[in-house]
Write a protein that binds this ligand. Sequence first.
Ligand code: GDP
Ligand code: MG
Length: 163
Amino acid sequence: ARPVVAIVGRPNVGKSTIFNRIIGDRLAIVEDKPGITRDRIYGIGEWNGKSFSIIDTGGIELDDQEPILKSIRMQAELAIEEADVIVFMCDAKDGVTGSDEEVANLLYRSGKPIVLSVNKVDNLGRMDNIYEFYNLGFGEPIAVSGSHGTGVGDLLDEIVNKL
Ligand code: GDP
Ligand code: MG
């Protein structure tokens, strides 16, 4: 079986955009589990001759109308269970938020390999915004722009290095 990569992060940071960039058209069809819609969230990634399954955890629809923080936490917990490597996605426009710190704590305790990535670095001026993300404790953040596709190769390098 392929190793599993999961993309985790609060809503609107660009998880689905990066997921789509990584899978291209290699969407995987997976049967839904009761209570969890898994449609459109599994794909296949390929990079440097390595193949992996990738999950967009933000697309996991939970049964109840959970409060937002609780659903981010549940998605992160599912990712921790299933994934070999976790991509923790943040947003350079918003900076580090309280929800990011919550997710960071969960991920930190998981002991799983984490790749920290900061999306929406659409221009060089925004590179200044990425330094505060070092404070999350996962080392150097990988700057990406889902809109332009920049940095996605660096992110994939880091992912397959940790597989
Ligand atoms: P998700 O909720 O984490 O899956 O985030 P989405 O992928 O749905 O993106 C949320 C919003 O951010 C959408 O309006 C995207 O068009 C926008 N977005 C995604 N990537 C970028 C980016 O690199 N730069 C900018 N400026 N906007 C982006
Ligand atoms: Mg999404």
